[in-house]
Design a protein around this ligand. Structure first.
Ligand SMILES: [Zn+2]
Length: 345
């Protein structure tokens, strides 16, 4: 079957349509005919090659997906061929110490669909039964592919890891990335006052429409710590949600109030930072890392999506044959939400 991915690691010039064998579901697995896949920054890192992660090549990209159940492996119950579903891309082994303690997000062998396995940008995808959930009523496949990775990431990071409490202030760094559009909504759902830091005012209206309370602009001349310090009346913010990494994390930490938490979920602009640790102890602040989520967190955020309290934001939808154009869209300055690639017709 045909998939969109790569034969050799490298830059976008390596993106290609590849042939991989049509998979057959093993015990406890479900085969889904892909209706839509969606891309994340992670797909770019997988394309470039992540140190320590070996992928089968040819490799098909895409961690997010939705579609129709096509075949059930032995022992699968509660699902039928033809069901419309969305997929949780987080793969935990269920057997390690963390999994046995109900802390699957900390699984020793945690893997991600499309990073460690063949992904969703193809005709059929195999996935464990426990990762398959009914598509919410009235949702398109594009919406179903737009929700899973970013909403579970935002939910665990803000709810479990940063421990956001009602009435706290939360700053989201970045305005248009899909994870930011999810984090704004999740922080509001947790009862926080939310400020988004963007590089230019163009996205302000859309960010406020998602529920953010404020939008501040930070760029070379006006650093984000200065912007947040002013916005908060020189108090600092309780939580900063940072997915950018090198250029922003030191400034995020400087923006924290006493007892504040900077939660790091990615490093899209680089991994190495230099920090003044005096800020940490004097403000009794902390930096916490978070990635993906466990099944309980996935259920919690999906339940809110189902009843419309949270909404996936689709930036754009591309036909299956336009994978490279879809991938390039991740870098568009006007990006706002998820980039979706429809399944093959
Ligand atoms: Zn485990």
């Amino acid at each position: 079957m045909r998939g969109f991915g790569f034969l050799e690691h490298g830059g976008p010039e390596r993106l290609a349509y590849v042939e991989i064998p049509e998979p057959a579901p093993g015990p406890g697995e479900v085969r889904v005919r892909v209706g839509a896949a969606a891309f994340n920054r992670l797909d770019r890192f997988t394309l470039e090659g992540i140190p320590g992660v070996t992928v089968d090549r040819p490799h098909v990209l895409g961690s997010d997906g939705s579609g129709t159940i096509d075949r059930l492996g032995d022992g699968v119950s509660g699902l039928s061929v033809g069901d419309r579903v969305l997929l949780n891309p987080g793969l935990w082994d269920g057997t390690c110490e963390a999994c046995r303690a109900g802390r699957e997000a900390l699984c020793r062998d945690y893997r991600i669909l499309g990073e460690h396995t063949q992904g969703t940008a193809t005709e059929f995808v195999l996935i464990p039964r426990r990762n398959v959930h009914p598509l919410p009523e009235g949702w398109s496949f594009a919406q179903g592919a737009a929700a899973p990775l970013v909403f579970q990431t935002a939910w665990r990071a803000l709810s479990t890891v940063a421990e956001v409490r009602p009435g706290e202030t939360v700053a989201i760094i970045g305005a248009g990335g899909a994870v930011a559009t999810a984090a704004v909504q999740v922080a509001k759902a947790l009862g926080a006052t939310v400020v988004v830091v963007g590089r230019s005012p163009e996205k302000q209206e859309r960010v406020l429409a998602l529920g953010a309370d404020a939008f501040v602009v930070a760029d070379g001349a006006r650093k984000l710590d200065r912007a947040l310090w002013e916005w908060s009346g020189k108090r600092g913010v309780d939580v900063v949600f940072d997915s950018v990494g090198a250029p922003t994390l030191p400034l995020s930490v400087r923006s924290l109030a006493r007892g504040g938490r900077a939660v790091v979920i990615g490093a899209t602009a680089g991994p190495k930072v230099e920090l003044d640790v005096r800020t940490l102890f004097w403000r009794q602040a902390s930096i916490r890392g978070s990635t993906m989520s466990g099944p309980g967190e996935f259920e919690a955020v999906l339940e809110r999506l189902r009843r419309g309290a949270l909404r996936p934001v689709v930036d754009s939808t591309f036909p299956f044959t336009e994978g490279s154009r879809a991938f390039a869209r991740l870098d568009a300055p006007e990006l706002f939400g998820k980039v979706v690639l429809l399944g093959p017709p």
